[in-house]
Design a protein around this ligand. Structure first.
Ligand code: AMP
Length: 195
């Protein structure tokens, strides 16, 4: 399996680029944000709990995320690979993911970090909020989400750099250009792995 993580702050273009990657490489998309929003919409017991965190811009507790990932990842045995979007977001989740994949005889092949200036992140999320159904795309929550990102998720960059898996791509360029760079990185790594 060829497993990728797309890492970056809210508004960096993770969702858009993940969709492009999936379309080109036929990977299975695992977005914890989408999984959680679905639980909220369905008013499940988990949904009612996680809504409070999402609406305030906080991370949902690790134990809930791990349970969701465990059930989702377990179902995916016949895929070319997994694309994780918005997960992991803490060092704890990253360790958990490494263990889970190891258990399945697999690993993370590469991590693509999309790097976008803070001002641009605000602009993009505020723009998105105009037609978004998302309850967390508003100025107050964005502020919190960015603070949480830099405190809890940013350390993952060092974690994956140490593993030699990190590729940083500037997300400031137009979507198509950013995707070309990502596709180059993926193609080179697929070749390295002989796939
Ligand atoms: P996203 O769609 O990835 O921006 O996620 C929206 C919200 O869902 C985040 O602000 C968090 O509250 C929650 N969330 C999504 N993924 C995770 C995760 N891996 N760990 C903790 N909370 C998450």
């Amino acid at each position: 399996m060829f497993n990728i993580i797309v890492l970056g702050a809210p508004g960096c273009g993770k969702g858009t680029q993940s969709a492009n990657i999936i379309q080109k490489y036929g990977l299975t998309h695992i977005s914890t944000g989408e999984i959680l929003r679905e639980e909220v919409e369905l008013h499940t017991a988990i949904g009612d709990v996680v809504k409070k965190y999402i609406d305030r811009g906080f991370l949902v507790p690790d134990d809930i995320i791990m349970r969701e990932i465990y059930t989702t990842a377990l179902k995916q045995d016949k895929t070319k690979g997994l694309l994780f979007d918005g997960f992991p977001r803490t060092l704890f989740q990253a360790d958990y993911l490494d263990d889970l994949l190891l258990h399945k005889g697999s690993k993370i092949s590469l991590v693509i970090q999309l790097d976008v200036d803070k001002d641009e992140l605000y602009n993009r999320i505020l723009n998105r909020s105009k037609d978004s159904q998302r309850t967390d795309d508003n100025l107050e929550t964005i502020h919190k989400r960015l603070e949480v990102y830099y405190k809890q998720t940013h350390p993952l960059i060092e974690y994956y750099k140490k593993q030699g898996k990190l590729y940083t791509v500037s997300g400031m360029a137009p979507v198509k250009e950013v995707f070309e760079k990502i596709a180059n990185i993926i193609d080179n790594n697929l070749m390295k792995e002989g796939k």
